[in-house]
Design a protein around this ligand. Structure first.
Ligand code: AMP
Ligand code: ZN
Length: 308
């Protein structure tokens, strides 16, 4: 991975220890030396975890794609002393999936961490390239749905009540903006860095990186020697969520701090609400929780079979 932060002038002082600062964070109006940066990062994650009220002894299942966000989440939780286990879904997308898997494996080996790998094709019956042939143009949302549903099911199968994902500040703020613009109130209501388990078959969801943005996560990776998969998914076709993130980046560039202000103001107004509502029944095919008669997985499977 290339350098992610620019060197500050030699006279720059760390906002915390007054030693030589190397990393400037305009959105916090702060500069840090590498050690104090790691402390800043870890404090942001601990603040997030405090808000998510997860007891330290509770084991956490970390959904790891092999990308920078989920490897960072896994690394910092491990550093903070949580018992963690990785969960990787191999999507079967050629070199992309091979490289992603290899990064998860290398990361876990170097730190002596345990993880499980599942194949989407084996679990669902179809690989993503096959699904892509049926759902061209919609593959990112179909893949996102499949990943979410399978992560839930696999977490339950692995006996974990808490599922961690690597969603960061940019993901959350971009998603919030998109849902507000589209007036998708049901999604807006469900958006939270912590969703308690609403059903025995659905784990609680935790996003310990929701207070940190992409550039802060990149710096963390560089300082900690984390080498994420850099290869882009060949099936991805510029999802609309990217436009919302770009819009927020533009505002952030002009008014540093806007992104966090936007997301945190929203989260603060919703403190105490649970987010997820238990308004679902059971899928008539597989018995998993579903909002309609058929769950998302069985409904997609039905569409795949019908088109075959
Ligand atoms: P994405 O929807 O690709 O932005 O990913 C959001 C989060 O979902 C990541 O930070 C991971 O925690 C998790 N995730 C994505 N892809 C996978 C995968 N193939 N296996 C396990 N977890 C994943
Ligand atoms: Zn089902």
């Amino acid at each position: 991975m290339g350098r992610t932060f620019t060197e500050l002038p030699a006279r720059s002082k760390c906002s915390r220890c007054r030693g030589r600062a190397r990393i400037g964070l305009p959105s916090h109006n702060a500069r840090f030396c590498p050690d104090c940066y790691l402390l800043f990062f870890s404090t942001a994650v601990q603040r997030a975890l405090k808000r998510l009220s997860v007891p330290r002894e509770e084991p956490l299942l970390v959904a790891v794609s092999g990308g920078k966000d989920s490897l960072t989440a896994w690394d910092i939780l491990n550093e903070l002393g949580y018992a963690t286990h990785g969960l990787h879904i191999n999507l079967g997308i050629g070199d992309f999936s091979e490289a992603s898997r290899e990064r998860v494996d290398a990361f876990a080996r170097a730190r002596g961490l345990s993880w499980s790998e599942y194949s989407l094709q084996r679990e669902f019956g179809y690989s993503l390239p096959e699904i892509n042939r049926r759902f061209q143009g919609k593959i990112c949302s179909v893949c996102g749905r499949l990943k979410r549903q399978h992560l839930n099911r696999l977490a339950v199968r692995e006996n974990y009540g808490n599922l961690v994902t690597g969603h960061n500040l940019d993901d959350e703020a971009g998603r919030l903006l998109g849902n507000l613009v589209g007036n998708r109130q049901e999604y807006v209501r469900k958006q939270s860095p912590y969703l308690p388990s609403p059903h025995p078959y659905i784990p609680a969801k935790l996003k310990p990186l929701y207070r940190l943005d992409i550039s802060e996560i990149r710096i963390y990776c560089e300082l900690r020697g984390i080498e994420p998969a850099e290869i882009k998914c060949p099936l991805s076709r510029g999802a609309t969520s990217h436009y919302f993130k770009e819009a927020l980046d533009m505002l952030e560039g002009r008014m540093p701090g806007t992104k966090r202000q936007f997301l945190f103001a929203y989260i603060n107004t919703r403190q105490g609400e649970t987010g997820q509502e238990a308004d679902f029944g059971e899928c008539c095919f597989c018995g998993h929780p579903a909002y309609a008669d058929v769950c998302g997985v069985c409904s997609l499977k039905g569409q795949m079979e019908a088109k075959n």
